[in-house]
Design a protein around this ligand. Sequence first.
Ligand SMILES: Cc1ncc(COP(=O)(O)O)c(C=O)c1O
Length: 350
Amino acid sequence: MKFKLPIREAILNKRTYDLPGDGREGMIRLDLNENTSGCSPTVPAALGRLSPKKIAMYPEYRKSASRIARYFQVRPDELLLANGADDALRIFFDACVDAGSEVVFAEPTFPMYRFYAENFGARITALRYSREMDFPLDDLLRALERKPRLAIIANPNNPTGTLLGARALKKIVNTATGTAVVIDEAYADFSGVTVVPWVRRHPNLFAVRTFSKAAGLAAMRLGCVIGNSQSVRVLRGTVPPYAVNLAAIVAAGAAIRDRQMLRRYVRDVKKLRAEFTIALEEIGVQVFPSAGNFVLANFGPAGVALFENLERRGILLRARTHDIGPGFVRIAIGTRAEMNRLLREIERNR
Ligand SMILES: Cc1ncc(COP(=O)(O)O)c(C=O)c1O
């Protein structure tokens, strides 16, 4: 080709995000921490009521955003809707990160933090969870003294399941005087721990939430940022006017109206998570305590072949060979039938 695309250096140097391929339909999908029992039936019903005229018009957000804000017990001006938590995370890079700015997170964690940091040419400080999957709190507190632009913490963390409690979070917030602290609460429905009530008093603290996990709306793509109203007003400046589609908002509205189903699903996941953990431990597999809708387990080196076998038998798990070690795997908590089938197949294939 004759022409040369004027691509930013940060992008030229980048690896692409390795998304699991298509063709997962019909399999037992325990690889992406989805709600495998499906969303509330009120969601497709609400989507079905969307009229051709409504779909033809640019969406109006005010009423739905107020309802979602009420659900999170914040004011509408403390909420910023985004196209999934993925997109909500990008907002902080748009707003805070220049090429060469320092961005801090602890790995292994959700790979989008590194993905965006690389896109923006940030200087990455990647701390490490311990072998026991404890959060490197002292390392973070030390790093915060340098006032990096951005610190992102998944709480609970994916894939380790690690949860930071209020004391550790308070220490972080009080130390971070020159840093935007983003607590990615994608799994907060399962942990019950959230910084949302603190954001009003802490202008540089933010929670990122999603409707992809407990609410079971991963395909609809809706997430949000919750923060101090003045800070949210600044962030809003980076977001295009119609960043979120109407279907996502209608779906979220229906999902949060069905509180009962949400509560039941969270309760069931927690119960199954405990039972599944015991079942794995009984056959000698190490399982790390998790506050999410998934567990991290260590099957030892023989695990690698086991996970491939399971995949051939239609069960998808997320092997963590590349970022934790061979034999480590993240397993989402699916339905009772899915977890029983998985346990049977593990016993058969070990
Ligand atoms: C910690 C964490 N944050 C964010 C996301 C992305 O959520 P969304 O589907 O809303 O983009 C995930 C999805 O797995 C996640 O694990």
